[in-house]
Design a protein around this ligand. Structure first.
Ligand code: FEO
Length: 396
């Protein structure tokens, strides 16, 4: 049986999830996701971060087929979230004497999820654990993605097991390593993962990157997505760019529209932005495109135009989730404008403007609120000029 090896004694034993529709039950997974796990076989055997519970049978089969009767000595828990940890109890049942390795913040949540754990090893920043020829070293990465998150560095192979950091959506389609695939296929799914999971803690992600930069790294092995061995500079560059919120030239036009009138306005706004020279104009209907995709492009591009029709004096309901996510994740330094339809009450644009103020974005044009449909020349011009103003601010 052919095993997937990172080095002679370090194995990939992860699984692909092509079944789950929604990651964390709210983000779509059109390309699936992988839960990566790694096995280091030495005088002692270490299993690094297990997988999601629905894949237990496949996972244990993979582990056992590498170990051929040997036992797991250490189970390393870099992160408690159940997409990795929900097989912990089963692994403990399978390997009774395994010692579970985490840091001072690991075990309270882990035991709250899965009950008491007997054999604990608590490691601190920089501490090492010898497996024989391999030595694990632990570095804390708080809030990337939870308070207890840490990364594990194997000193002889110079591999960083980074858990959520440097991970991405997208199941692994045969290619496990970055040099076995077309990276362009994975980039969008990586940024979407970043923008919706890591982006909220961009500063902590940056600190983790700075901390890792002191190490000699030959491979980054995250718990989702590709293993990085040939394009380390590329992935570090992307993560640094996203963490520093260095956005690209482009405009996202996102709208919520009940009867198509605010949608017609969005088309005019987009046309204004395109004619002002923006080649990357992305138009989204918030009722059709799941919010994580829109957040990903908001993270990417400098310009954001949000349109909402009124709904009982407030804004179109589906827009509320997007605005909530924007306020929660706080993408920075956007050139921003709002527009929308009044319906019979107005209020959609007013509510959007309130959120814009809270978000401290750079409002570059006066909001446009249209009665009925955009059929009057003056409304058409205002919307077109709004798109143009955002485009010019982005280019400026
Ligand atoms: Fe992949 Fe935060 O768990």
């Amino acid at each position: 049986m052919q095993q997937i090896q990172l080095t002679e004694n370090i194995y990939y034993v992860g699984v692909n999830d092509r079944h789950t529709d929604l990651f964390e039950n709210h983000m779509e997974l059109p390309n699936g996701v992988s839960y990566n796990s790694y096995l280091i076989v030495d005088e002692k055997v270490a299993l690094i971060d297990p997988v999601e519970a629905n894949f237990l049978e496949e996972y244990l089969f993979k582990v056992k087929s590498v170990l051929k009767g040997r036992k797991v000595d250490y189970l390393i828990i870099n992160h408690d979230e159940p997409d990795h940890s929900s097989t912990v109890a089963a692994v403990l049942r399978e390997y009774h004497e395994v010692q579970v390795v985490g840091n001072a913040k690991t075990f309270a949540p882990l035991e709250a999820f899965y009950g008491p754990i007997e054999n604990k090893v608590i490691v601190a920043e920089g501490e090492t654990l010898s497996l024989g020829a391999h030595t694990l070293q632990f570095f804390m990465a708080p809030m990337v993605h939870w308070p207890e998150s840490m990364v594990t560095y194997e000193q002889s192979s110079k591999i960083v097991f980074s858990n959520d950091a440097f991970g991405g959506f997208g199941a692994l389609n045969g290619g496990i390593f970055d040099d076995q695939v077309n990276l362009a296929f994975y980039e969008d799914d990586m940024r979407r993962y970043y923008a919706n999971i890591v982006g909220k803690v961009a500063m902590q992600a940056l600190k983790a990157i700075e901390k890792l930069s002191a190490l000699e790294i030959k491979m980054i092995a995250p718990s989702h997505g590709l293993i990085w061995r040939s394009n380390l500079a590329w992935v570090l560059g992307k993560y640094t760019q996203w963490s520093k919120q260095e956005s690209e030239e482009g405009v996202v036009v996102v709208y919520g529209s009940m009867h198509g009138n605010t949608a017609r306005m969005a088309e005019i706004v987009a046309r204004g932005a395109a004619e002002a020279g923006i080649k990357e104009v992305k138009v989204y209907d918030v009722a059709k495109t799941e919010v994580s995709f829109i957040m990903s492009d908001i993270w990417k591009y400098k310009g954001v135009v949000i349109g909402a029709c009124a709904h009982y004096g407030n804004m179109f309901p589906n827009m509320t989730l997007l605005v909530h996510e924007i306020n929660e994740f706080k993408p920075k330094d956007k050139c921003y404008a709002t527009f929308g339809g009044m319906s019979w009450s107005g209020g959609g644009v007013k509510t959007l403007a309130k959120y814009a103020e809270e978000g401290k974005w750079n409002l570059v044009a006066e909001s446009v609120e249209v009665k009925g449909a955009p059929i009057r020349e003056e409304d058409w011009d205002k919307l077109y000029n709004l798109g143009k103003a955002v485009a010019e601010a982005v280019k400026g």
